[in-house]
Design a protein around this ligand. Structure first.
Ligand SMILES: C[S@@+](CC[C@H](N)C(=O)[O-])C[C@H]1O[C@@H](n2cnc3c(N)ncnc32)[C@H](O)[C@@H]1O
Length: 291
C-alpha cells in the first residue's frame, strides 16, 4: 500500500515538473533565431593601446579574421597574435556607390582600380562568412568618424554587421585641452569637420560664419590652407589650438595660439598625420592668464 502511494506521489511530482517545464518553455521570451553576427567594425581608439574598450578587446578575441592597417596590428600585436590578419584593403571608399561611367580620365582610371580591390575584399568577406568565420574590421579612433571603412556597413547590410564604437581622436584631443568643448560664452555647439573636399557644400568658410567651436580632422591637408580659411570669419584673436598625438602619454603635445598667431607659432615645423586643430572661445585661456 505504501509502495503504491509512493509511486502515485512520484507520478504526480513528475507530472507537475513536466508541466512547469512546458510552461517555462512557452513563456520564455523570444530569442533571436537568426545566426549570430559574424561581421564587426571595431574602433580601437587613438594613441596608446590602453584607450581600447573592453568590448573591442572581446570582439577581437572572438574574431577568426581581422582586416586592419599594419600599424594597428603592431599596436595590438599580443591581442592579434593568433589571428589571421589581412592588410592592404584600408582606403577603398573613394568613388564607392558612384557610377564609373560618369567619370573621366585619371578619376575613372583610379575608380576602376579601386573597384577591383573593393570587389576582391567583398568576395573575401562573403566567403569567410559563408565558411562560418567571424570577421573584425579594425580601425583606429571611432570607426564612423571620418572612418575609411564606414562604407562596409552599407555594403554588408544584409549580414547585419555590428559596430563597436571607439574613443575618437576628437575625445582624446578634448582631454588634452582640458576644456569643456561645449562650454563657451558664445556657443554650445561643436562642428566636426575636415578639409574642403571637392563637391561638398560645407566649406570651412561657410561653416565658420556663426563662429561656432570647430574641431578639424586634418588628413594631410596643408596647415596654412586651414588657417587661411579659418581666418576669413574667425577674428584674429580667436583662440586656436593644435593637438598633436592625442592619447599618446609620451608624445601628446598642445600648441596654444590664436587664429592670428598660429602660423608663426608653428613656424616651419612639419606637423604629423595625427594632429587636430581646435578653434573657438571654449579655449579661452583667461583663467590661466589671470593667475
Ligand atoms: C581618417 S581620420 C580618422 C579619425 C578616426 N576615425 C577617429 O575617430 O579618431 C584621421 C585624422 O584624425 C586625426 N587623428 C587621428 N588620430 C589622432 C591622434 N592620435 N591625435 C590627433 N589627431 C588624430 C588627424 O587629424 C588625422 O589626420
Amino acid at each position: 500500500m505504501n509502495r503504491l502511494h509512493a509511486n502515485r506521489r512520484i507520478a504526480k511530482i513528475s507530472w507537475i515538473v513536466a508541466t512547469l517545464v512546458l510552461i517555462a518553455a512557452v513563456a520564455r521570451p523570444a530569442v533571436a533565431t537568426e545566426s549570430p553576427t559574424q561581421l564587426y567594425l571595431v574602433g580601437v581608439g587613438p594613441g596608446d593601446p590602453d584607450l581600447i574598450t573592453l568590448r573591442a578587446i572581446d570582439t577581437i578575441k572572438r574574431a577568426d579574421i581581422i582586416f586592419c592597417m599594419e600599424s594597428i596590428k603592431e599596436r595590438f600585436s599580443e591581442l592579434m597574435q593568433d589571428k589571421q590578419v589581412i592588410h592592404g584593403y584600408w582606403r577603398l571608399f573613394p568613388f564607392y556607390g558612384q557610377d564609373i561611367e560618369d567619370l573621366e580620365g585619371d578619376q575613372r582610371a583610379e575608380a576602376e582600380k579601386l573597384a577591383v580591390r573593393r570587389n576582391e575584399f567583398i568576395a573575401m568577406v562573403r566567403k569567410a562568412v559563408a565558411d562560418g568565420k567571424t570577421i573584425a574590421i579594425v580601425d583606429s579612433g571611432d570607426p564612423l568618424i571620418y572612418g575609411p571603412w564606414a562604407w562596409t556597413m552599407e555594403e554588408f547590410e544584409d549580414l547585419k554587421p555590428v559596430v563597436v564604437p571607439g574613443v575618437s581622436a576628437f575625445n582624446a584631443g578634448n582631454a588634452a585641452l582640458r576644456r569643456g568643448i561645449t562650454n563657451s560664452d558664445f556657443t554650445n555647439s561643436v562642428i566636426l569637420t575636415a578639409a574642403d573636399w571637392e563637391g561638398k557644400t560645407d566649406t570651412i568658410e561657410r561653416l565658420s560664419t556663426h563662429r561656432t567651436t570647430m574641431a578639424l580632422f586634418t588628413m594631410r591637408t596643408e596647415f596654412e590652407e586651414f588657417i587661411r580659411k579659418l581666418a576669413i570669419n574667425y577674428p584674429a584673436e580667436t583662440p586656436l589650438a593644435v593637438v598633436k598625438f592625442a592619447g599618446y602619454a609620451d608624445r601628446e603635445q598642445v600648441i596654444q595660439a590664436t587664429v592670428g598667431t598660429i602660423l608663426e607659432e608653428v613656424g616651419q615645423e612639419d606637423l604629423p598625420f595625427e594632429y587636430m586643430i581646435y578653434v573657438g572661445d571654449f579655449l579661452n585661456f583667461r583663467y590661466r592668464k589671470e593667475q
